[in-house]
Write a protein that binds this ligand. Sequence first.
Ligand code: CAA
Length: 259
Amino acid sequence: MEYQYLLVDPETQPHVAVVRLNRPKELNALNRRVMEELVHAMQVLERDGTTRCIVLTGNERAFAAGADIKEMAGMGTVDMLTIDQFARWDALKRIKIPIIAAVSGFALGGGCELSMLCDMIVASETAQFGQPEIKIGVIPGAGGTQRLTRAIGKARAMELVLTGKFITAQEAFAAGLVTRIAPPELFLQEALKLADEVAQMSPLAVRLAKEAVLQAFEQPLEAGLHFERKNFYMLFASEDQKEGMNAFVEKRPPEWQGR
Ligand code: CAA
């Protein structure tokens, strides 16, 4: 697939790919084509057998300013249902490799939701997060009411969703939405550093760890604990578990096989 709105570097550093949203004039507004390309790029990276972590970013001014309002403005309910506007988001949710959002500037509406669909957010000090859909007569539709509430709690999520106000990177960090903040010239480097830390771990364990953490949002505690235990036990069938533990005992760095 030829990308119109994405720049993909499959190996920015060993085992780490960078996917850049590249629709700058529209502040990376997420139209259907962008989402289609994004799913394609992520699935290709997932299948290449090399990528262990993906950094998803935008440009300095915007990570993404939301779903494309111009594309949606004339649509009706039946259009939404038949094109299944958010089906591509479900496909992104199924990517098993960790994805780090490196956010500078606006992460609004669908842009904020996309950053929250990622596994971690590294923000530039200039980042602004918000769910301003209420200002255009709708509500978040790609997970904002759920993921934001889980990330920062009901009171603060309610305020953002009901007023459409933005929060700064510092506020997002204090609220637990963002994992690291860096100056504007360093935020991507910071995200790559984090990606490198993840990429140095056993890819198999990373995959099962991501899966288990995400279950915390899906399951009651007992079922989540059961899921975690199953993944833990499963890793004892892997070469990486033997290698990791033997390397510890032998006081040497592990060499992961991803099997
Ligand atoms: N959709 C389509 N185009 C968008 C857009 C969006 N979400 N956000 C910005 N743009 C376009 C603008 O229309 C403008 O294009 P033109 O030059 O052709 O007019 C261009 O990007 C630059 O934007 P502005 O001139 O508005 O830039 P600004 O600096 O004055 O303001 C902003 C920046 C505050 C982000 C403002 O653009 C804005 O409020 N954007 C919309 C944010 C929004 O409401 N997002 C939610 C969308 S709905 C959604 O996401 C639903 C969901 O849950 C999935």
